[in-house]
Design a protein around this ligand. Sequence first.
Ligand code: FAD
Length: 441
Amino acid sequence: MERRDFIKVSASVAALAATSSVSGCKGKKVTVETNLDVHGYMEEPAKRIPVIASADVVVVGGGPAGVAAAVSAAREGASVIMIERYNHLGGLWTGGLVLATNCTHGLSSSGEFSRALYGFTFDVLNELSALNLLYGDVNAVVDPEACKYVLEKLIRDSGVRVLYHSFAVGVIASADKIDGVIIESKSGRNVVRAKTVVDSTGDGDVMSWVGEKFDLITYHCGMNFRLGNIDRIDSSAPFFSKVYTGASSPIKSVNWYNSFGYKDVDATNLMQLSKVQSDLRMESWNIYFDIKSHPGYEEVFYLDSASQIGTRASRILSAKYKLKYEDTMTFRSFEDSIGVSGGWCRLPYKGQAIEARNRPIWQIPYRALLPQSVKNLLIAGRCFSFEKELLEDAREIGTCIVTGQGAGVAAAISSRQNIDTASVDIAQLQNSLRKQNVKLE
Ligand SMILES: Cc1cc2nc3c(=O)[nH]c(=O)nc-3n(C[C@H](O)[C@H](O)[C@H](O)COP(=O)(O)OP(=O)(O)OC[C@H]3O[C@@H](n4cnc5c(N)ncnc54)[C@H](O)[C@@H]3O)c2cc1C
C-alpha cells in the first residue's frame, strides 16, 4: 500500500514553483525544473470557433468514470458526446495498464463479505468473463485490449458519439454555466456545445478552468508495463532463485507490473511530467534487464508499456460535501447515496489495522460530485470530493465507475429537465440508478 505520508496538499496550482525534487522509490533523487520559465507573453488574437457538435451531456475524458458516465447518461435517454484525447476508452484501466478492478467487494452491514459493485462495473466484467479474458472475482484483473474492446462495444450500443484524438483545452462559460467545451485536434480548434458537462478527466481539468475550488495532491506517478513468457520461466535452472515479475493477468504467459514510480509528483506540471515520464521509461527497462539477468528468466521479454503516464492523484474537488474517511469506516448512510464501493487494502482505524475483507461497504453521496459554483457541471472519477485519507479507495477503478454512473444519470436528468445539477431530484436519480442495477446501500 502506498504511504499516506507522501501526500502533500496545496490549495493552489503550484505550477510556477521554482524547483522541486522528485525521488525515485528506490532512493534515487531527481531534481526537476518545475519553473515553466515564462519568457514574456504574446497576444493570441480573438477568433470565432466553429461549433462542430451539440449534445445534452458532454463527457470530458473516456476513462473508467467517463465511459460509465456516458453510457449511463445515454441509457437514461440523453444525447451524449464523449471527448477523449487518446485512441481508446478506459483511461488508466486500459491505456495505463492498471489491470486490477479494485473495490469490488466489502463487508455488508449484516457482516458478510460480499459484492459491492454491480451496475456498469458488472456489465463490463461480465462481458470480459464471457471472453475468458478476466482473472479472478474479487478485485478482478482485466485484459487491457479486451477491456478496450468491451468498452467500445458498450459505448456503441448505447449510442454515445465519441470524439477521439480530441484534447479538451478550455470552456466557453459564463460565471456559473458552461456553454461549450473547446477541443483541439487535427481539425483545429472547435467547440462542442453542452447542456450539462461531466468532468471525468481524472485531473479535474474542466473544474480548474471554471474556477471551482480544489486541492492539489502531489503523489506517486508510475508507468506500468507487461512482461511475456512468464510460463517459460525455468525454475529448474542452476542457481535459480525467485524474482518478482509482477502479477498474473488473464493471459497465463503475461504478467503486469504495477509501477510504484516517483513520489510527490505534481501531475499538472508539464516539466515534472516530462522528466518523470523519461525516468520511468528507463526505470522499467532496468527492472526488466535485472529480471532477465537471473538464471531461469532468460526468455522473459518486455511486452509493452502503458501508453499513458500513471497519475495516481492530482486535483480533488472541494464539493458541497467532502466524503470523510470516518464515513467509509462506519457504515454511514447518506440520503443522497448514488452508489456503494468496497475496500481493497488494509487501512488503519482507531488504532487498529482493518483488513480489506473487514472493511465496510461505503456509500458515496451525490453532493461529493457537485461543484460549489457552476450549475451545469458534475465531477466523476478520481477527482471527486473526498478527504485525502481516503485516497487509497476513492481513486480506485471500481469507485471511479460508481461516481461516473451517478454523474451520468444525474447529468441526463438535469439536461432533460433544464435544471441545475444541484436541483436534481434525489429520489428520481436513485430510482434510475436502481434500474441500471446500481446498489445504493
Ligand atoms: C500506476 C497506477 C497503479 C494503480 N493501481 C490500481 C489498481 O491496482 N487498481 C485500481 O482499481 N486502481 C488503481 N489505480 C488507480 C486507477 O487506475 C485510477 O485512479 C482510475 O483509472 C481513475 O479513473 P478516471 O476515469 O477517474 O481517470 P483516468 O483513468 O485517468 O481517465 C481519464 C481519461 O480522461 C482523458 N483525458 C484527460 N484529460 C483530458 C482532456 N483534457 N481532454 C480529453 N481527454 C482527457 C484521459 O486520456 C483518460 O482517458 C492505479 C493508478 C496508477 C497510476
